[in-house]
Design a protein around this ligand. Structure first.
Ligand code: A3P
Length: 320
């Protein structure tokens, strides 16, 4: 059995040896697959997802570019979908990190194994960083709701830089801000180019608004109630008027807030394996603010990122 499964992954390693490779804004080399950059350890998993994952129409998928608020979105979706099961005083989010409650799809394809995901309870809540155009066809065919959250590239970049430096070790050298910035602008970041990833989902949300919801971290921060209600409706768990009156929406927002989650013991001291990296949960909580990048980027850097956004998004009606 093991041998059979290893054979399944063998072609991916062979394909990878033929792909363009760069030293990217990541702790490892990056490989280009279908226009996007992946780490050496993640790409075989992404290929396995593409070949083996069968989506169900009842699934709820959540997609992000790393550092765009994945931890928050996972918490919100989990809390929204499971609100009837859990009283707020004993909620799983109080003792378990949201990355364990809503796993990354690609990370389930680990150790050369093809997991049986049909055994997961319905609806399956799964997250991914895979770009829209590289999702398995079955996701598109299933018509399952797909929620995408993006964030302005300045805060995303600064958040990434801090994150990578925190998880770096002897083999994985940290980059200076300037080095990392160059690579990010050139598109060489995990699932980068950042702008292409965003545009991929933005266009999908325009083409198939019933299946793809596009959220912005900044809007979510500014008008959390409005967007949490939209989100609940989109994932087919709308709040009733009664629930709204009883304050259920506010309670979920409070439970999932940066202030609440970041102070919990599990998120202060807990850790888990993400593929082959052991990551402490506190690295997913840094400041949780909009605009913190202005404390790190020079005026020239800000201007450069703004210019790339203008060029890349020109004609698509998207601003970040
Ligand atoms: P900062 O580094 O700017 O603080 P991801 O979850 O995709 O890895 O993104 C991490 C970013 O989201 C970090 O941004 C983190 O602080 C912020 N974040 C984590 N939990 C949050 C929450 N509950 N509400 C708002 N922002 C949150």
């Amino acid at each position: 059995e093991q041998e059979k499964e290893e054979r399944t992954y063998q072609p991916y390693t062979e394909i990878m040896s033929t792909l363009p490779k760069v030293r990217g804004f990541a702790p490892q080399h990056l490989y280009n697959h279908q226009g996007f950059w992946y780490t050496e350890s993640n790409l075989p998993r992404v290929m396995a997802v593409q070949n083996h994952f069968i989506a169900h129409s009842s699934d709820i998928l959540l997609a992000t570019n790393p550092k765009c608020g994945t931890t928050w979105l996972k918490s919100l979706i989990f809390a929204i979908c499971n609100r009837k099961l859990h009283p707020s005083t004993q909620h799983p989010l109080l003792t378990v990190n949201s990355h364990q409650l809503v796993p990354f799809l690609e990370l389930l394809y680990t150790n050369n194994e093809i997991p049986d995901l049909d055994i997961l309870p319905s609806p399956r809540l799964l997250a991914t960083h895979i770009p829209y155009s590289s999702l398995p066809q079955s996701v598109l065919d299933s018509g399952c709701p797909l929620v995408y959250m993006c964030r302005n590239p300045k805060d995303t970049f600064v958040s990434w830089w801090h994150f990578l430096n925190k998880i770096s070790n002897k083999e994985l050298k940290p980059s200076t801000l300037e080095e990392a910035f160059e690579m990010f602008c050139n598109g060489a970041s995990i699932v980068g180019p950042f702008w292409d990833h965003v545009l991929d989902y933005w266009r999908a949300s325009l083409d198939r608004p019933q299946c793809v919801m596009f959220l912005k971290y900044e809007e979510m921060q500014a008008e959390t109630i409005v967007h949490v209600k939209r989100l609940a409706k989109f994932v087919r768990c709308p709040f009733s008027l009664e629930e709204e009156k009883e304050g259920v929406v506010d309670e979920i927002i409070r439970l999932c807030s940066y202030e609440n989650l970041s102070r919990l013991e599990v998120n202060k001291t807990g850790e888990a394996m993400f593929g082959e990296n052991e990551i402490k949960f506190h690295t997913f909580f840094r400041k949780g603010k909009v605009g913190d990048s202005s404390n790190y980027l020079t005026a020239e850097m800000t201007e450069r990122l703004d210019r790339i956004s203008e060029q890349k998004f020109h004609g698509y009606g998207l601003t970040l």
